[in-house]
Design a protein around this ligand. Structure first.
Ligand code: VNL
Length: 397
């Protein structure tokens, strides 16, 4: 057939075929994928559900385009098991060619993916986990959640200002709990207070009763608590049963314990509890009012918690970086674009510290109150623009 065509006709035919193929190739090129790995089942499933809902809301509100590309989100369930996180991260990078991996409900899961981010030069957006050292595990890690030292120091300072001299700490025995303990203990000691004991309960199937009894017997002015999101209700049930209030022992914590996702079911016995944290669904700003209303409309049986804003802002970070690179998905360029980014989150003003790739944000002191028939963490003091305190000290800032 070819020898019957003129050279000109042949070229024309090839050009036509090539043109017909172009739109397909361009379409694939124009889609950018982000692989989100979350615990959608298992003991931390609430974290997965909150972040998934926030990501869906973000795309429903802002559309699916950034930097001129279509953004496709792929969500995978690691069940909270680090080996699975690592395998999923590998598959997302190698098979799905994602431009970034994101999510990471617990510290060991964020750390398990770090070597893959480094090797593949793919940004790892940590939307949930909070141990300080995570961002040091790879130069490709950028965090939109919080660090435990960042969220803990303000409650220790509040305790010192409010006459607390002797304390006992009780935390979950893994990365973020140890960070919270260290921060609380060091701040109390530096302020002239005394630490009577530091207790650590296992993360899996914790039995808090013996620790709480021990804490009570030591008669501190305050008991400081940290457990991760999803474990606060079980802990507070046992705290209430032990009657610390009757013994004049203040029970204080990071906001992980009075998590918005569980708070409303904890009952009136947690009324008045003071915590410090980076987000409350009750935060009084137009951005947050719009966020909570839209989130609750899209998810009628849920209230957005601090994990949800980590997910929402993680998407804002990815979209913002793609806008800055004009759709270039080179991992190093994306991370560079993320450094120093600043915007208004539902939680208040936030930015990415270019030196540590950690989020800088306000930390609020809050009190559990009943409002319109529901329990909320009502903010009454703001510590503005808090950096991770130990990293800031190390950098001499
Ligand atoms: C972590 C820290 C997880 C704080 C949490 O909830 C939390 C973590 C799941 O780094 O593992 O509230």
């Amino acid at each position: 057939m070819f020898d019957r065509l003129t050279r000109r006709q042949t070229i024309a035919a090839f050009t036509l075929a090539a043109t017909a193929l172009t739109p397909l190739a361009a379409r694939a090129e124009d889609t950018v994928k982000i692989g989100v790995i979350l615990p959608m089942t298992g003991p931390s499933a609430s974290t997965g559900r909150e972040i998934e809902a926030a990501i869906k809301l973000f795309q429903a509100q802002k559309g699916d385009k950034a930097g001129g590309k279509k953004v496709e989100v792929i969500i995978k369930d690691d069940t909270g098991v680090a080996d699975i996180t690592k395998r999923l991260a590998q598959e997302l990078v190698v098979n799905d060619h994602v431009a970034a991996i994101a999510g990471f409900g617990l510290t060991p899961l964020a750390l398990a993916a770090a070597p893959i981010a480094t090797q593949a030069k793919v940004p790892e957006i940590v939307m949930a986990a909070g141990t300080a050292i995570i961002t040091e595990a790879s130069p490709y890690i950028v965090r939109t959640s919080f660090t435990l030292p960042q969220n803990t120091m303000p409650i220790a300072q509040w305790a010192l200002k409010n006459g607390v001299k002797k304390v006992v700490t009780l935390v979950s025995d893994y990365g973020p709990g140890i960070d919270a303990e260290k921060t609380f203990v060091e701040t109390i000691k530096a302020g002239g207070g005394q630490v009577l004991d530091s207790l650590r309960a296992p993360l899996k199937n914790p039995e808090f009763a013996p620790f709480l009894q021990k804490a009570k017997d030591l008669k501190p002015d305050a008991l400081f608590l940290f457990v991760p999101s999803g474990f606060g209700a079980a802990l507070m049930k046992q705290v209430v049963e032990r009657g610390f209030a009757a013994d004049n022992i203040k029970v204080i914590a990071t906001g992980d314990v009075t998590d918005d996702e569980q708070l409303n079911n904890m009952g009136d016995s947690v009324l008045g509890m003071i915590t410090s944290h980076n987000y409350s669904a009750d935060h009084d700003s137009p951005e947050n009012k719009a966020y909570v209303a839209a989130f609750e409309k899209a998810n009628p049986n849920m209230r957005p918690n601090f994990m949800s804003v980590g997910g929402y802002d993680g998407m804002a970070l990815f979209y913002g970086a793609l806008d800055k690179t004009k759709g270039d998905t080179d991992g190093t360029k994306l991370v560079d674009a993320m450094k120093g980014m600043a915007w208004t989150s539902p939680r208040g003003p936030i930015s990415i510290d270019p030196a540590t790739r950690d989020v800088v944000q306000n930390v609020y002191i809050r009190k559990v109150e009943r409002k319109n028939g529901q329990l909320y963490n009502v903010e009454f003091e703001t510590v503005p623009n808090v950096k991770d305190p130990f990293k800031a000290a190390k950098a001499g800032k």
